[in-house]
Design a protein around this ligand. Structure first.
Ligand SMILES: Cc1cc2nc3c(=O)[nH]c(=O)nc-3n(C[C@H](O)[C@H](O)[C@H](O)COP(=O)(O)OP(=O)(O)OC[C@H]3O[C@@H](n4cnc5c(N)ncnc54)[C@H](O)[C@@H]3O)c2cc1C
Length: 215
């Protein structure tokens, strides 16, 4: 397997180039930790960037939705797309407003999409999307019926080029500002789940992936 996706000029990080990361292991780990992506297309000359659930499977990303969706219809027609995944790891509070920042890991993918029509591949892609959100969930639930499958469009985006950008560490105040009395430092953030709320008529004990949900 290649160690990198295509590290082309247009996915080379210019601003804070030291934060650019291009190895597949890093890119895939960010894509695998997230489950919400922002998918960008140009439709009739107008850019639209919309949030979607997704799953990564090797060199591909699956997205799904209504066959009536403009977003999916456009993505399926082989036009170039840009998909971004962002993980916010913390707030970076500096002594100057200017130097405030966030610690993050993000990925930008450039690729093109095609509709998956074969029922077996569609089922596979949909299971991957369910499991990207809650690992192991697809084993426990009824899969889509033929009618539900027909009512769902599934699009595969081939990852053609990709970059990651990662910021870690403390605020970067100037030596002069470091003498100011304002609190400064990092405030780590993470995704935590609350207590599960069983649906009415649900008499099944919550499984581990619900009770101990982590990303
Ligand atoms: C949570 C978060 C908040 C941010 N807030 C701001 C903000 O308020 N203002 C601001 O200016 N910037 C912010 N950034 C950084 C922003 O994403 C861009 O990296 C930055 O604005 C530089 O843009 P540019 O067009 O000059 O990028 P360039 O460096 O010219 O981009 C060239 C290529 O580098 C890659 N690249 C650029 N940025 C990223 C990225 N974030 N992740 C993965 N690949 C990337 C892409 O492939 C892109 O095509 C934020 C990033 C994150 C993750």
């Amino acid at each position: 397997m290649n160690l990198y996706y295509n590290k082309s000029e247009r996915v080379t990080v210019e601003r804070h180039s030291e934060r650019g990361v291009y190895d597949r292991e890093t890119i895939d780990s960010i894509l695998d930790e997230g489950f919400v992506a922002h998918l960008g297309i140009v439709s009739d000359g107008q850019p639209f960037v919309l949030p979607v659930l997704y799953a990564r499977d090797g060199n591909s990303i699956y997205v799904h939705g209504s066959p009536l969706s403009r977003l999916l219809g456009t993505v399926a027609s082989s036009v170039p797309v840009c998909l971004t995944v962002t993980l916010v790891d913390g707030l970076v509070l500096a002594r100057s407003a200017f130097k405030h920042s966030v610690n993050y890991r993000s990925v930008v993918v450039l690729g093109d999409g095609s509709e998956i029509t074969e029922a077996g591949r569609k089922q596979h892609a949909l299971r991957r999307v369910v499991d990207q959100v809650v690992r192991g969930r697809s084993e426990d639930v009824r899969g889509p019926s033929d009618g539900e499958l027909k009512a769902t469009e599934v699009v595969e985006i081939a990852i053609r080029e990709a970059s990651a950008k990662v910021r870690t560490g403390p605020p970067l105040d100037s030596a002069k500002d470091r003498k100011l009395a304002a609190w400064a430092g990092e405030l780590p953030l993470r995704v935590v789940s609350g207590d599960p709320i069983p649906d009415a008529d649900c008499e099944v004990e919550p499984p581990d992936y619900v009770v101990a949900y982590t990303r």
